[in-house]
Ligand binder design. Structure first.
Ligand code: FAD
Ligand code: UDP
Length: 366
């Protein structure tokens, strides 16, 4: 008999299992995949730590969370500075003075602000109601057309007019010459990859891989006093209020022998609408690698359906309404705790998942 059955060996499940075990509780962690780590999983191929589920850059403003992850790995000084390739034109991200200078030739912050203001006024947006209006009001129509519209509509498979504006608010807009993608105080990549962190968290804890909770639900539930569930909440409740939409991705990874430096940057976004992938990741650059070869991954977005991984919740009105109904059921459970990106249907970054897991631990154990 276990105190906790933890469904999902991703970041949420692993933090919870680690903390519960530290407090003398007995946990069984299961995952339907054949590895631990969920979407932060990295695999060492040819000496390069490959981010198997897309680029993962750790960033947080919380000293508490930064100190927490640093207990499990040492972090390097990597600063995310993706570049955008729009039909062969290269721009710096996030939107900053380097972007504005390349696009308009402006030199001073005042000139850039003036340019954006002119475009915002011409578009006549006073109270932005969707991603398109929010983007134009933040950076103007030129940047929206070249760097946002195509990328966003590929990524989400929906018109930018139908998407919530909070998605674009993830990106800083800066009137300084600063290409750092994040505003957070702490940032880096764990040396040796993310899998090391999860391995350490799950040390001395029983983990069963290739086990799908739904295939053996009754047997598994009977083995534990409580369940920590980090899978899809709509599936947990047998889709009784309808299916939630998710965005999925397909990753095409290539080992390149012919060059040791394919694109000169870890992340290059392809922001036009014609290129079928959204970005290319060159993994070695996350760790300043000097290997003879290089490994790149193209990321192709697609709608989620059975047989694919659900990577992104789609937090539009329709889906948020459905989620709210599931959440009401979840809030009334006494022996199940729902956590992480899929079970709370939230576009969480890693630091937020760790924060949520530590809050859950506090509630559970005081
Ligand atoms: P997951 O990692 O999804 O773990 C859930 C686990 O549960 C999975 O392993 C799954 O196999 C398992 N599971 C689900 N259902 C079942 C079942 N029925 N039975 C058994 N097991 C089950 N965050 C950042 O901070 N920085 C970034 O740069 C960043 N980049 C990202 C890029 C991409 C492409 C994606 C998709 C996410 C990115 N994130 C990033 C977010 C980050 O991946 C998540 O915040 C974090 O991994 C979520 O952890 P989790 O435990 O909630 O979920
Ligand atoms: N985005 C964009 N152009 C870019 C990068 C991002 O329009 O070059 C928009 C897009 O809508 C994306 C959102 O900003 O979904 C958030 O970007 P982020 O890099 O945070 O996405 P993630 O890494 O979570 O996929």
């Amino acid at each position: 008999m276990y105190d906790y059955l933890v469904v999902g060996a991703g970041l949420f499940g692993s933090v919870f299992a680690h903390e519960a075990t530290q407090r003398g509780r007995k946990c069984l962690v299961i995952d339907k995949r054949d590895h631990i780590g969920g979407n932060v999983y990295t695999e060492n191929i040819e000496g390069i730590n490959v981010h198997k589920y897309g680029a993962h850059i750790f960033h947080t403003n919380s000293k508490k969370i930064w100190d927490y992850v640093n207990r499990f790995a040492e972090f390097n000084r990597y600063t995310n500075s993706p570049i955008a390739n729009y039909k062969g034109e290269i721009y710096n991200l996030p939107f900053n003075m380097n972007t504005f200078n390349k696009l308009w030739g402006v030199i001073t912050p005042e000139e850039a602000q003036q340019k954006i203001e002119e475009q915002r006024n011409a578009a006549n947006i006073s109270d932005p109601k969707n991603l398109e209006e929010q983007a134009i009001s933040l950076v103007g129509t030129d940047i929206y057309e070249k760097l946002i519209k195509g990328y966003t509509e590929k990524q989400w498979g929906r018109s930018a007019k139908e998407l919530p504006s909070f998605i674009i608010n993830r990106l800083p807009v800066r009137f300084t010459y600063d290409n750092n993608y994040f505003n957070d105080r702490y940032q880096g990549i764990p040396i040796g990859g993310y899998t090391v962190i999860i391995e350490k968290m799950l040390e001395n804890i029983e983990v069963q891989l290739n086990v799908d909770f739904f295939a053996e639900r009754e047997k598994l539930e009977a083995q534990a006093k409580k369940v920590i569930f980090t899978g899809m909440i709509d599936q947990y409740y047998d889709y009784q209020f309808g299916v939630l939409d998710y965005r999925s991705l397909q990753f095409e990874t290539k080992v390149m022998d012919e060059t040791d430096n394919f694109q000169g940057n870890a992340v290059v976004n392809y922001t036009d609408k014609e290129t079928p992938f959204t970005r290319i990741i060159e993994h070695k650059h996350f760790e300043f690698g000097a290997q003879d070869k290089t490994i790149v991954t193209e990321e192709y977005p697609r709608e989620w359906e059975q047989g694919f991984e659900p990577y992104y919740p789609i937090n539009d009105d329709k889906n948020n309404k459905i989620y709210k109904k599931y959440k009401e059921l979840a809030d009334n459970e006494s022996n199940v705790i729902f956590g992480g990106r899929l079970a709370t249907y939230k576009y969480y970054d890693m630091h937020q998942v760790i924060g949520e897991a530590l809050t859950t631990v506090k509630k559970e154990f005081g």
